[in-house]
Design a protein around this ligand. Sequence first.
Ligand code: G6P
Length: 360
Amino acid sequence: ADTEKGTYAHFMLKEIDEQPIVMRKIIQKYQDEHGEIQLEDDVRQAMTQADRIYIIAAGTSYHAGLVGKQFIEKLAQVPVEVHISSEFSYNMPLLSEKPLFVFISQSGETADSRSVLVKTKALGHKALTITNVPGSTLSREADYTLHLHAGPEIAVASTKAYTAQIAVLALLAVGTAKAKCLHLHFDPLKELAIVASAMESLTDQKEAFEQLAKDLFSTTRNAFFIGRGNDYFVVQEAALKLKEISYIQAEGFAGGELKHGTIALIEDDTPVVAISTQENVNLSIRGNVQEVVARGAKAAIVSMKGLEKDSDAFVLPKVHELLTPLVSVIPMQLLSYYAALHRDCDVDKPRNLAKSVTVE
Ligand code: G6P
């Protein structure tokens, strides 16, 4: 059953492995009989009528929102702001004339996000909730719901919900673009199928990530993740994952920001993981890696096929450049898992954390 571990030692590893299945489920659920993306009329209408989308979320869901903004702006051409719910709640930005609020929440129960929903509803604004739990509070109280179809996520550290959120946001963006009659050279259903196979090939190579986790994280107190563009969003999630379950102090930041502070923290053997999946920043992120290596860092580059160099720690199978977070996050999830495992941490139930936080 979905709520049992079966042969897995931990829910987290099971849920990491389920990601290709979830991608295929989403492809199936969001497709009509003509193989076209299926969005309910009222969702399409809300998306096309909005002059600005406000994505509101917490934790891993916030990180998915950062990726989602790229899809909605680049494909559907609607401006998007992404906000941390707890901040938005007491520091509301100036709103546009016709805003649409999009709540991203695995559980649909996060109190900080609900507080924003209550306040924005009181102002008369419409809300769409993207959640794994259709009957949840955020789903019931919003005007519209999109379901993630990821199946129950039990491990506190979110994995398959993150990739499901990104996939659904891509479909939402393309559905909106089509409703606006924008011409796209991007078939998300086909591209997500390629992603599902790429994910499978990564979850089949766990030993590589277990070894890399041992090399990088066995004894360290801290770790850094760097990336640019789409990779910057994923390194923020990578750092959160590592912190949550292995208790290693970790930070994910934009490659270009290194020189503005963080590089001061690099010492001999400080682990630095760089992601490079974007052609336009491949050379600059590699330049950043050289800068940290020159200061003693132990660096590992995870790159994408076509952009790789011989010295890279791992080369990801190629997927569409908008969808790279769906594959580059998997090594990051596995690195965190094995780091926590080998440091004898409670992988599924890390200290001080709750799966859904129902207090503000
Ligand atoms: C908690 C969980 C995180 C999750 C966050 C937001 O902090 O431990 O894994 O990302 O809440 O949860 P939500 O259910 O709203 O996505």
